[in-house]
Design a protein around this ligand. Sequence first.
Ligand SMILES: [Zn+2]
Length: 116
Amino acid sequence: MGRLPPLVWLLALLLLLPTPVGRALIDVLGGVALVLLALPFILGGLGWIGWKVLQSRMTVCPSCGAASFQATPVCAVCGSAFSETNGSQPTGSRFEADSTPASSVTIDVTAEDVES
Ligand SMILES: [Zn+2]
C-alpha cells in the first residue's frame, strides 16, 4: 500500500476533528447532497404544475376528440368549430348546462339473474 497524499490526510482530519472548517465542509456536503436528492422532486413538481396549466388551456374537440388549445376557434384536426358550452372549460357553462341537483335524480337499477 502506498502512502496517502497529504491532502487526503488533511481532508480526513478536517472531517474527523470538530473544527469549524470541518463542520462547514460537512454542511456544504450535506447541502449539496440535499439539493441533489430534492432536485428530481422539484423538477417533477414543476413539470406536473406545467402539465396541469397546459391541460387547463387545452380543449377536446366534441366531434373528433382531438385535444387542441382553447385559443383556436376551430379544431386543428377536423376543422369543426368549438361550441360555447365546451366541456373542458374549468367553471361556468358546463355546470350551468345541467344544473339538476344530484339528489333529485333517480337512477333505475334492475336486477337480473345471470345463469352461468
Ligand atoms: Zn376535431
